[in-house]
Write a protein that binds this ligand. Structure first.
Ligand SMILES: NC(=O)N[C@@H](O)C(=O)O
Ligand code: NI
Length: 163
């Protein structure tokens, strides 16, 4: 089984796949009579003309490392963002496309509280919390058509904690 080692999630490393959603060092705007910092426009939310962007809640069972990666998926019609509703770290697995299937995956561990936005049609593992509660706000495309493509690996990968 091929081993994938986790990397810390950074905006630069994740840029080809999407956005890291986290507080900036300083807010873009101070609003609400000076009582709130707005950290503005942090993610590239995408949808097709037939769809709309919706907000859902996912209550997911936690998994553990080492993690057996058997399948990756992508959403050809829109982006998908995951915002943890608790200060927990979760596992984010992504891959470039290689002729209609995932290339070698990369696995990132979020810092507690970091969220992510996956760009349209980016291969990814399903939401993978590593502790309870696995409660996330999910912002993604709602609409007609098939917005889910799955790829099942002949041989699973084993995702382990990085060096
Ligand atoms: N299927 C679904 O709504 N969730 C997945 O897309 C996922 O990325 O977890
Ligand atoms: Ni998804």
């Amino acid at each position: 089984m091929t081993v994938i080692r986790t990397e810390p999630l950074t905006a630069t490393a994740f840029a080809p796949f999407g956005d890291v959603i986290a507080l900036k060092n300083t807010p873009d705007r101070i609003i609400n009579q000076g009582l709130c910092g707005r950290h503005h426009d942090l993610a590239r939310v995408e949808t097709d003309a037939e769809g709309r962007t919706g907000i859902s809640l996912f209550d997911a069972e936690p998994r553990a490392l080492p993690y057996r990666l058997e399948m990756m998926e992508r959403h050809p019609l829109g982006s998908q963002a995951f915002l943890p509703l608790s200060p927990t770290s979760f596992l984010v697995i992504v891959a470039a496309d290689a002729g209609g299937r995932p290339a070698t995956p990369r696995a990132f561990l979020t810092a507690p509280g970091q969220g992510i936005n996956l760009l349209r049609n980016v291969w990814h593992g399903v939401l993978t919390p590593l502790s309870r509660p696995g409660l996330f706000a999910v912002i993604d495309r709602i609409g007609p058509g098939d917005n889910l493509e799955e790829y099942w690996f002949d041989t699973p990968y084993r995702v382990e904690t990085g060096p």
